[in-house]
Design a protein around this ligand. Structure first.
Ligand SMILES: Cc1cc2nc3c(=O)[nH]c(=O)nc-3n(C[C@H](O)[C@H](O)[C@H](O)COP(=O)(O)OP(=O)(O)OC[C@H]3O[C@@H](n4cnc5c(N)ncnc54)[C@H](O)[C@@H]3O)c2cc1C
Length: 413
């Protein structure tokens, strides 16, 4: 096929169906996924599966060809996802590597970075995480205090990051740091690609309330980075971070064109209200039926809104910042869904953390995690602020640090 002719979606779907049947392992034969302290094999498996997709010509469907992708459309990606549902897929690599970090590098990276990191991710050789939030707070991202100082041609990084999803399994992190303290907070930032195993980095894993160890915290002590680690321009890190946040909100809201496969990993999925009603024999109970119906209706509205807003952003009818609508609705839906499941499961809701707990055995522990949907990818309060100020044009929140050199902004110790 030439560069100018694009394969039609149905032909791509049929080719994918045949290839998947011949090459990808069936999901039914796979062991349940159990991320924990010793889940290195899960990550090795994800990289292997990604390589398999790459060798078969089905990796990076929406990434440009020059960086190792297929240069196809969202419709091709959706067709591939539909065909792949019965197969084991490298879902661990979806977020943040493919949905957030690789598209950010595509938007803001140098040619060399695009070839190295996007191509590497598509081949299963590069896993990238996000070093954004800091112990002093994540909502005011532009107020971060991790610093990078010039030393000849190099940069020296000092500070701390936290809540970095899957950083322990990543090769690089997209790290936003302050490089100029004498300009207002948004103007003194630079984005870096930091090797996670570089000398001077101490990384700890953090246990979450559901037992998962996917979060990490990192401490940077005189980590030396070459000039080529800068993504975008020095001092223009906020532009890069804005693209990163756009892709993150899109991914959270189900609008990312860069990921394939089911949205949830095997054995780790949330039990839906319908599954809870089936598992507890409450399908004839009118109250349970009403709750199931409410969840299904909300789910349909969420999916359709994601499609509508994604199309509107792509056509220019809505600005990219409208991805906050997706991010907000996703959190509302995820929380409602968990609440409904818990109400239907009732006393059978268990607090197991493994996959072998029975259908409703994880519902209790899953409920404890309901709040994460309104924090990950930026909090829902911040999404509401963005929607009101930047989409609806309402007055901006008062800020004492706007237009003030960051070195003069009052901060706690
Ligand atoms: C599942 C998950 C995955 C994550 N993955 C990553 C990751 O990979 N990398 C990374 O860097 N971070 C990650 N995070 C961190 C996430 O980005 C932060 O939790 C988030 O930005 C909020 O920051 P914070 O937790 O420091 O809360 P804070 O900023 O301290 O805020 C605390 C509370 O105050 C509210 N608040 C703060 N400012 C305002 C305001 N101006 N108006 C109204 N309300 C306000 C917030 O909404 C929140 O409820 C992840 C978080 C979760 C839950």
């Amino acid at each position: 096929m030439t560069e100018t002719t694009m394969e039609d979606v149905e032909s791509f779907r049929l080719r994918a169906r045949a290839w998947l049947a011949d090459n990808m392992p069936l999901l039914a034969d796979a062991a349940p996924l159990t991320p924990g302290e010793d889940d290195d094999h899960e990550w090795e498996r994800a990289r292997e599966l990604q390589k398999l997709l790459y060798d078969g010509g089905f990796a990076g469907i929406c990434f440009p060809r020059e960086y190792g992708g297929l240069g196809l459309t969202l419709a091709h990606q959706k067709a591939f996802t539909q065909e792949s549902l019965d197969y084991e897929m490298p879902l661990l690599l979806n977020k943040p590597t493919f949905a957030i970090c690789a598209p950010t590098i595509l938007d803001a990276g140098s040619e060399e970075q695009k070839r190295e990191y996007i191509g590497g991710a598509i081949r299963g050789e590069r896993v990238i995480c996000q070093f954004l939030s800091e112990p002093s707070g994540g909502s005011d991202l532009a107020g971060l205090i991790t610093r990078a100082d010039r030393d000849g041609d190099n940069w020296v990084l000092n500070g701390a990051k936290t809540w970095s999803t899957s950083a322990y399994a990543a090769d690089y992190g997209l790290c936003l740091a302050r490089t100029d303290w004498d300009v207002p907070k948004h103007k003194g930032l630079t984005m870096f690609l930091v090797p996670t195993k570089a000398p001077g980095i101490t990384m700890n894993r953090v246990r979450m309330v559901n037992g998962s160890m996917e979060f990490c915290e990192e401490f940077f002590d005189d980590v030396v980075l070459p000039a080529s680690a800068v993504v975008g321009e020095v001092g223009d890190g906020w532009t890069v971070a804005s693209r990163q946040l756009f892709h993150e909100r899109n991914a959270m809201g189900g609008g990312s064109p860069y990921i394939s496969g089911r949205s949830i990993s095997r054995g780790m999925g949330h039990i839906s209200p319908l599954e809870a009603a089936l598992a507890t024999g409450r399908m004839d109970d009118p109250r349970a039926r009403e709750l199931v119906g409410r969840g299904l209706a909300f789910g349909r509205v969420q999916q359709q809104t994601a499609v509508r807003v994604t199309r509107a952003i792509a056509s220019g009818a809505l600005p990219p910042i409208a991805s906050s609508l997706l991010r907000l609705l996703h959190a509302e839906y995820a929380q409602t869904d968990r609440d409904l499941t818990l109400r239907i499961a009732g006393a059978s809701a268990g607090f197991g953390t493994g996959a072998a707990q029975g259908a409703t055995g994880r519902v209790g522990v899953d409920y404890l995690m309901r709040q994460s949907g309104s924090l990950g990818g930026g909090s829902t309060e911040m999404a509401r602020n963005v929607i009101s100020e930047r989409l609806l044009g309402m007055p901006r929140e008062a800020a004492l640090d706007r237009d003030v050199p960051f070195s003069q902004v009052k901060r706690g110790r």
